[in-house]
Design a protein around this ligand. Structure first.
Ligand SMILES: NC(=O)c1ccc[n+]([C@@H]2O[C@H](COP(=O)([O-])OP(=O)(O)OC[C@H]3O[C@@H](n4cnc5c(N)ncnc54)[C@H](OP(=O)(O)O)[C@@H]3O)[C@@H](O)[C@H]2O)c1
Length: 227
């Protein structure tokens, strides 16, 4: 039931992913246009990216602060397309149940407090609670397939959530827009970041295609080679 997972990202030639810094060298709209061609029925982002670009500015503050523990999945409604956030402790505040027309699903761990889940239910937002101290990504994506019918999931950053998916063997394809520019700043996340595994060497990829887009941007598609 697990969806096919394609990591779709825009990066500098040195692999960094600060979108604002890349605008000057890649133009606007190329990332979204290429993403549309991947025909995903859902997209997923880490908590930091959701906080920066999509959630309410003020975080959620729990009155109880008591972890809810294991809870059943809540399907507020079915939709044609979905936006999914991964937020371990339930800190993102949402005032709407959609992002640009995509129904919102919040994936949290058992650390998320009950009043957080109540806020989501009240606003018509779906949620999945999986994992004790951290989100159990394999179980969560399985449920995205089973309960929402998601078949092609676009993993859209940032670097840490991408690294988390890759470490769990959940990335099938990488779709990389490589912009002709160098960022070079220490501390700016890379396409895949924060991985802790002790594997020897890089995760192998098989080149599927390369396309030259406007502004000298390269659209490179890879298949992840399973070990
Ligand atoms: N160029 C692009 O295509 C592109 C696309 C997206 C984002 N971005 C940029 O990427 C930057 C943010 O990237 P980031 O790496 O700092 O953050 P991120 O990947 O957006 O979010 C990371 C957070 O997600 C949560 N998370 C939950 N489960 C996780 C797991 N299993 N593995 C990893 N993280 C998990 C953690 O926060 P909790 O523990 O609090 O839950 C973690 O700190 C921003 O500058 C954004 O603009 C660029």
């Amino acid at each position: 039931m697990r969806p096919c997972i394609i990591c779709h990202m825009l990066s500098s030639a040195d692999g960094r992913i600060d979108g604002a810094a890349l605008e000057a060298v890649s133009g606007r709209g190329l990332y979204e246009a290429a993403g549309g061609k991947l025909q995903g029925d859902a997209w997923i982002c880490g908590r930091t990216t959701m906080q920066l670009h999509f959630a309410d500015q003020e975080p959620f503050v729990s009155a109880s602060n008591i972890p809810a523990g294991p809870r059943p999945i809540h399907v507020a409604r079915q939709a044609g397309s979905y936006a999914v956030s991964v937020d371990t402790r339930g800190t993102l505040r949402w005032s709407k149940s959609e992002i640009d027309g995509d129904h919102l699903i919040c994936v949290v761990s058992e650390q998320a407090p009950e009043d957080y889940l109540a806020m989501l239910r009240e606003r018509g937002i779906s949620y999945i609670v999986r994992g004790g101290a951290s989100v159990d990504l394999p179980a969560a994506v399985e449920l995205l397939g089973r309960h929402f019918g998601i078949r092609r999931l676009l993993l859209e950053g940032g670097g840490r959530i991408n690294g988390g998916f890759l470490e769990q063997g959940l990335v099938d394809e990488v779709s990389l827009l490589l912009a002709p520019g160098i960022d070079g700043r220490q501390g700016v996340p890379a396409v895949f970041d924060g991985m802790t595994s002790t594997r020897n060497g890089a995760v192998p990829l098989r080149l599927k295609s390369v396309e030259r887009l406007e502004h000298g941007v390269l659209w490179i598609r890879y298949e992840v080679v399973r070990g």
